[in-house]
Write a protein that binds this ligand. Structure first.
Ligand code: G
Ligand code: MN
Length: 262
């Protein structure tokens, strides 16, 4: 516990400098249409090239920054990096596919959140419909009118909203009635267990179907094998994000794919 507290303190005190000196790196993991493997977009994922601690995965530092609210700075940094990058894609004439970014639920307590997102996107001249905000399913549990209002404002601004890690344990489809999202990302664990037996297939298949009826695009996360990909397609899922197709990759590699694929 002491080691964890020490790490937290070291990372926190170094964060501002790290942001200024661009120690963070954005990786892109393609999302694909399972039928032919073609790219439909990507998720931007953060990594930290820490001068003393090496290459850190978000699982190491995001939970620490969630505790003290600093995660909001990190999320906004990543969002702006993505906007800058999309600007260069449009200048270079690359095909423009949507990119999603993760946002902590803590942003929903900030009254200027939607205005800031809008300001950043507009500063880099990125069409809002190409930007997708991923928010974990646990927001569905909060009895908050604020979240519904923020979703509504984002929707009016034409941003896309994805419910991330759906099925990881907290919410049920019933809760989706209240919040309208554009995309439902089925959690990795749900995907791996869900294709095991007949009963699991019925449950996952119905979730996919219902989400579709509610007007959401369903993306299965964590597809790692061809067998999973085939089964998921059989039960009605069209899109996925997972190691079987692509791992998260550096920008230059994602750009090569964008150009090659089209
Ligand atoms: O919570 P969220 O869905 O945003 O997390 C995305 C994380 O999932 C990334 O860190 C990414 O590396 C990881 N990931 C993506 N695809 C797979 C996969 O097929 N298997 C596993 N185990 N992890 C994956
Ligand atoms: Mn995500």
């Amino acid at each position: 516990m002491r080691a964890q507290a020490l790490l937290a303190q070291q990372l926190e005190s170094h964060l501002d400098q790290a942001l200024q000196e661009n120690e963070f790196v954005v990786y892109y993991q393609p999302k694909v249409s399972m039928k032919d493997g073609s790219i439909i977009g990507s998720e931007a994922l953060i990594r930290w090239n820490h001068p003393d601690k090496g290459f850190l995965m978000p699982g190491v530092f995001i939970p620490i920054f969630e505790k003290n609210g600093m995660v909001k700075k990190v999320d906004l940094w990543l969002f702006e990096e993505v906007c800058k990058t999309m600007r260069t894609w449009s200048e270079k004439g690359y095909p423009l596919f949507p990119v999603s970014c993760n946002f902590s639920r803590l942003h929903f307590q900030q009254s200027d959140f939607t205005a800031r997102i809008c300001e950043i996107a507009d500063r880099w001249n990125v069409p809002h419909h190409l930007l997708e905000l991923e928010i974990t399913e646990s927001v569905l549990l909060e009895e908050s009118t604020t979240i519904a209002e923020v979703f509504q404002i984002l929707k009016e601004m034409q941003f896309k909203i994805a419910i991330d890690d759906f099925g990881s344990g907290y919410s049920s489809l019933g809760q989706l009635q209240q919040l309208t999202a554009d995309v439902l990302k089925l959690d990795r664990s749900f995907v791996s267990h869900g294709v095991a037996g007949m009963r699991e297939k019925i449950v996952v298949g119905n979730v996919i179907h219902m989400a579709g009826e509610l007007g959401m695009q369903v993306i299965c996360e964590g597809v790692e094998t061809q067998a999973q990909s085939i089964t998921l397609q059989e039960i009605g899922c069209k899109y996925s994000q997972g190691f079987y197709f692509y791992r998260p990759m550096q920008l230059e590699n994602y750009e090569k794919l964008l150009v090659a694929d089209n």
